[in-house]
Design a protein around this ligand. Structure first.
Ligand SMILES: Nc1nc2c(ncn2[C@@H]2O[C@H](COP(=O)(O)OP(=O)(O)OP(=O)(O)O)[C@@H](O)[C@H]2O)c(=O)[nH]1
Length: 421
């Protein structure tokens, strides 16, 4: 469980930080006013990261930072002034970063930095460099940012590691390496993994500025020129990873339905094809189409907002009951599920259990109970294309509606089959 500690003695600053933390950090955050209070909290909880004010009434000389370091808590420092001596002192102590308290944006920067650090925890980064000293230095700085670091001593080894491990999210690559240089590596890996899956930072030695532009052209997101200051390294890595995260969020939003956050029709088609191809030999792919009964009446009786709420609640019930399945809202009050099960009868059993659960579940909107039931059409997918299976499941759904609703029907009537394409 991740947890954050923020130590700040100014009432006004703490208020701003509380507001920003509620907005950006989706985990438990504890606030302390003093070194004493921070020390008590540290005894009670394990903290993933801390944001601390350098000067506190009971700790005027950065004692709180020493306490954090002693307790092995990765720490970001807030300070109202910084000079070269203080900067070096903090870097030597192992502080992740320092933030100057000079405007509202700096507090936002600090909180976003904490959010990124929390996301970093456990994320994999690959450092490709033939110099062990250089690798060690970067590894140390990346581990400070809570990344899990892997190493490669040449381009070929790095390419192999990246090809076999999709969980590596960032590659830091030197230019001059044996077997395969940084350009070739960036070019080769970009063919396989796009900018939404992997971020690349190229590294080149001083006096070779032209290499930087070339790195970007070969697919790197950013570059660093050696030697670099730890702050620059941190900023570039964090910024690059923030971009990767944002691209991921945009891509995810494009695949989801705005109301229920389930996948949308287009994404369902894309993924269902893959799910069919990857179905294990001992399993059967089954498609289920589910439609809320008399949904128009729900809208007409309780209002459109109540209808929306029913859609959202039903979506969370679906996700809760079928956590492993591909689920999408494919139309107004229509949903589709791909199940990989032992046989068709298992799918019928599971869907009937769900149908029964929904008809007995208490849906409430503005303190009013709303009766909800669903009809479900099921079709096994063996041979026909997904498009055909959708039509078959739709026919079965139509049957379920025709037979009085609140029931499950299986597609059986081959005479109604549309020929496979
Ligand atoms: N609240 C809400 N209503 C929607 C949404 N999308 C579609 N609808 C409504 O869903 C209703 C679907 O009505 P019908 O197709 O007549 O189906 P039904 O009333 O559920 O009847 P049966 O399916 O035959 O049981 C329409 O009134 C649409 O306006 C939505 O996003 N929110």
């Amino acid at each position: 469980m991740q947890r954050v500690l923020i130590v700040e003695d100014s009432k006004m600053v703490q208020q701003v930080l509380r507001h920003l933390a509620a907005q950006w950090l989706d985990i438990d955050v504890d606030f302390a006013w003093s070194l004493r209070e921070a020390a008590t909290l540290i005894k009670k909880h394990r903290y993933t990261v801390a944001l601390v004010d350098l000067t506190l009434p009971d700790a005027p000389n950065g004692e709180v930072v020493k306490l954090m370091m002693k307790s092995a808590i990765p720490t970001v420092v807030l300070t109202s002034a910084i000079d070269e001596y203080k900067r070096l002192q903090m870097i030597e102590m192992g502080v992740i970063d320092y933030v100057l308290k000079d405007n509202r944006d700096s507090y936002l920067y600090a909180i976003k930095l904490l959010a990124q650090l929390l996301r970093n925890q456990g994320s994999k980064v690959l450092v490709a460099d033939d110099s062990k000293t250089s690798r060690n230095l970067m590894k140390q700085m990346l581990e400070q940012l809570l990344y899990q670091v892997e190493e490669a001593a040449d381009g070929e080894q790095a390419l192999q590691m990246l090809s076999s491990d999709n969980s590596i999210k960032l590659l830091l690559t030197d230019y001059a390496m044996p077997k395969m240089d940084g350009f070739e590596l960036a070019k080769a890996i970009r063919h396989r993994r796009g900018r939404d899956e992997l971020a690349i930072i190229g590294i080149s030695g001083s006096g070779s500025q032209s290499l930087s532009a070339k790195f970007i052209k070969y697919g790197a997101n950013d570059f660093l020129i050696k030697p670099f200051m730890p702050e620059e390294f941190h900023c570039r890595v964090m910024q690059t990873m923030e971009q990767l995260n944002m691209i991921g969020q945009i891509k995810d939003a494009a695949n989801r339905d705005y109301l229920t956050s389930l996948y949308n029709r287009r994404y369902f088609y894309q993924q269902a094809q893959q799910s069919i191809q990857h179905c294990k030999p001992e399993q059967t792919s089954v498609l289920a189409m589910l439609d809320i009964d008399y949904f128009k009446q729900i809208n007409d009786t309780y209002g459109h907002q109540a209808g929306d709420e029913v859609l959202v609640l039903l979506s969370s019930l679906l996700q809760h009951h079928f956590p492993e399945c591909l689920i999408a809202r494919i139309g107004g009050e229509e949903f589709a599920l791909m199940l990989n099960v032992s046989d068709l009868s298992q799918a019928v059993e599971l869907m009937d259990e769900f149908r029964f659960y929904v008809s007995n579940h208490l849906f409430v909107f503005a303190s009013q109970p709303i009766a909800v039931s669903v009809s479900i059409g099921i079709c096994g997918i063996e041979g026909p294309s997904l498009e055909t299976a959708m039509q078959h499941a739709d026919i079965a759904l139509y049957d379920a509606k025709g037979q009085g609703r609140n029931q499950v029907a299986v597609f059986e009537n081959k005479s109604q089959c549309i020929e496979p394409v």
